[in-house]
Ligand binder design. Structure first.
Ligand SMILES: Cc1ncc(COP(=O)(O)O)c(C=O)c1O
Length: 457
């Protein structure tokens, strides 16, 4: 009797290897100009590219982009790709939305950075409150910075040291959050470059959806803040179970910790983000990436109560550097683009279009998965869709880590890319923008069908 061949998430290893070899050869054959440009330019950059993540695409080398409009990206070899990566959320509302492009042109004639407010600054504040609720805002350049500053405020007002994060989370390159759970203990993640701090002295990792674990950590009295996404979007997609967010709110109040919601990715949920759609009430709200239509901007807002607590603290601290802020933050270009995005791009109509398209995409992918009999599933959070190469639902970061199959996922990504659809490199994430057309969605579903048909043949 012949033994079954080894399989990864239902795909036979020999089939996966053959598929990868074919798709890699096809990619190399069809992208000679990108390859040549990368080779020509590589000497100037550490590791060959200006940002090391550019080498994390599953293709043999990254494509060199020429331009992007709406939900279309053109590369150096002339391929017009349907873009579902959308700059990993930076362009979730489409590339260069017209109102944002107009605002950039206007502001470019009026100066780029002054370290002074403009009238648009105050209009943006009004629009932020209208969109997200009653918060007292600060503006940063990246969501990483916004989270970093929010944590400082939480530590300052509570006088406590530690942040509670969920195993498998990602909140940007914030040192304090780069921890994981291993055999029930918090430790630094492997691979951190140049790390000298003992991260376990500043953070506690708990599994998502583990209310008892959260309470046990809070009961130590050491936790200044819980920092969480409403949905874990960075290790597959892990949805909150019923009652989880209510428990976080109740427990954080009971034990005096600040509740920080990072909505950088879950802004896909609907107007105002997941928290607004689901009536959550964080103490600090963080939103980054696409909040100003693709111009580097993040906002972080404190409830009026927490704002008052921070002002009281601030009045008593000694003069000197606060450890928060960067020179170009809150520049006039950011406010011009915030106003344009919040008033003309992030509209109920745009979200309705995104939601319809994402539903069409999720249904199409799920139908393909069922047809080939893959033990996979699809998760959707508004405009954000992810296929996961394991049965679901996943409950937490540990389950999500076990559901990852990087070689297989890379093969699917490459199969899609060779057939004209670009999806996010780090996970199996696809975004539907207000500018994404139904036929682009149908092409992605067809490419997924063709790829899985080969892999599961
Ligand atoms: C939830 C979340 N927060 C924060 C960040 C950091 O964003 P940035 O890299 O723009 O600082 C990311 C990035 O992926 C994220 O997913």
């Amino acid at each position: 009797m012949r033994a079954d061949p080894p399989r990864t998430a239902g795909v036979a290893e020999d089939r996966l290897a053959a598929f990868l070899a074919d798709e890699t050869a096809r990619f190399e054959r069809e992208n000679p100009r990108s390859k040549e440009a990368l080779q020509r330019g590589a000497r100037s950059y550490l590791g060959g590219v200006p940002m090391h993540w550019m080498k994390d695409w599953p293709s043999p080398f990254p494509l060199v982009a020429v331009e992007a409009q709406g939900a279309r990206l053109t590369d150096l070899d002339g391929h017009r790709l349907d873009d579902f990566c959308l700059g990993d959320t930076g362009s979730m509302f489409g590339h260069s939305p017209a109102p944002v492009a107009r605002a950039i042109r206007r502001q470019a004639r009026q100066g780029l950075t002054y370290m002074l407010p403009t009238e648009a600054t105050f209009e943006a504040g009004r629009l932020l409150n209208r969109t997200f609720g009653d918060f007292r805002w600060q503006v940063a350049l990246t969501a990483t910075d916004a989270n970093r500053f929010a944590l400082r405020v939480a530590r300052a007002v509570t006088g406590r040291r530690k942040v509670l994060v969920f195993n498998g989370c990602y909140h940007g390159t914030v040192d304090d959050t780069m921890v994981m759970l291993e055999n029930g203990r918090t430790r630094a993640r492997p691979g951190l470059v140049g790390m000298v701090a003992d991260l376990a002295s500043k953070a506690v990792a708990v599994e998502f959806n583990d209310i008892a674990g959260v309470e046990a950590a809070l009961a130590t009295g050491e936790i200044a803040a819980i920092l969480t996404e409403p949905v874990m979007t960075n290790s597959c997609m892990v949805l909150p179970e019923a009652g989880f967010h209510d428990a976080l709110r109740t427990l954080s109040r009971r034990y005096g910790a600040v509740l920080i919601l990072d909505e950088t990715h879950t802004l896909s949920s609907g107007l105002g983000g997941y928290g607004r759609v689901h009536s959550l009430s964080p103490d600090i709200l963080v939103v980054g990436k696409c909040v100003a239509g693709g111009i580097p901007t993040a906002v972080w807002g404190l409830t009026p109560d927490l704002g008052a607590r921070f002002e009281a603290y601030n009045a008593t601290r000694p003069a000197g550097h606060s450890g928060m802020g960067t020179t170009l933050a809150a520049n006039p270009m950011q406010f011009a683009c915030l106003c344009a995005t919040l008033s003309e791009v992030m509209t109920p109509e745009a979200y309705a279009h995104m939601d319809r398209g994402a539903k069409r995409l999720a249904n199409g992918l799920a139908t393909v998965i069922a047809r080939v009999g893959a033990p996979w599933h699809v998760v959707r959070v508004g405009a954000r869709v992810e296929f996961i190469c394991a049965p679901g639902p996943l409950r937490n970061g540990s389950e999500a880590a076990r559901a990852h199959h990087p070689r297989l996922e890379g093969a699917v990504h490459l199969g899609l890319l060779n057939r004209g659809s670009l999806i996010a490199p780090f996970h199996n994430m696809m975004l539907v923008s207000p500018m994404t057309r139904p036929r682009q969605i149908d092409r992605l579903i067809a490419a997924f069908d063709a790829t899985l048909t080969e892999l599961f043949a």
